[in-house]
Design a protein around this ligand. Structure first.
Ligand code: ADP
Ligand code: MG
Length: 146
């Protein structure tokens, strides 16, 4: 099943992501896919709000990983844009976050394709497509579930 929603502005994207965040229970890995500026980090902000994270979410472009914890809920937000390959991800110890038998929280990952093979079989893909300056198509699809 794939859920498709079109948003007309940032707030609508935040709203969709917030609803999704409310419906997700850990452990869970969510791959955010889309070009630069498509709205992956914006989606992460809304998701975090719905999931119950109180802190402000900022882009992990330079840190690769930002960790958040609120009232016992853990959120790991990766941006692998600057990563070269899966080997580099493993050398940084990232594989444990993508192991559903070890993961305690929710992982959001931008540019997972730069560490091809890092995603567990069961994950969600959130695809964001820029339709205009202010409009986005958001497609949410569970993968690896029978
Ligand atoms: P990414 O992480 O995919 O590079 P960002 O979320 O950082 O993208 O940036 C998305 C940009 O697009 C922001 O500047 C945001 O204000 C803008 N934008 C305009 N319309 C929308 C929309 N409907 N949904 C999300 N972002 C939007
Ligand atoms: Mg981003």
């Amino acid at each position: 099943m794939k859920i498709k929603v079109e948003t007309k502005n940032v707030n609508e994207t935040i709203g969709v992501a917030e609803k999704f965040g409310k419906s997700i229970f850990p452990p869970c890995v969510i791959s955010l896919v889309g070009d630069l500026g498509a709205g992956k980090t914006t989606f992460a902000k809304g998701f975090a709000k719905g999931f119950g994270i109180k802190d402000t979410i900022t882009s992990p472009t330079f840190t690769l990983l930002n960790e958040y914890e609120s009232t016992g809920k853990k959120l790991y937000h990766f941006d692998l844009y600057r990563l070269t390959d899966l080997e580099e991800a493993y050398s940084l110890g990232f594989e444990e976050y993508f192991d559903l038998t070890k993961l305690k929280g929710v992982v959001l990952v931008e540019w997972a394709s730069n560490a091809n093979g890092i995603l567990p079989a069961r994950h969600f893909v959130v695809n964001l497509t820029k339709k205009s300056d202010t409009e986005r198509l958001i497609e949410i699809e569970p993968k690896g579930l029978v």
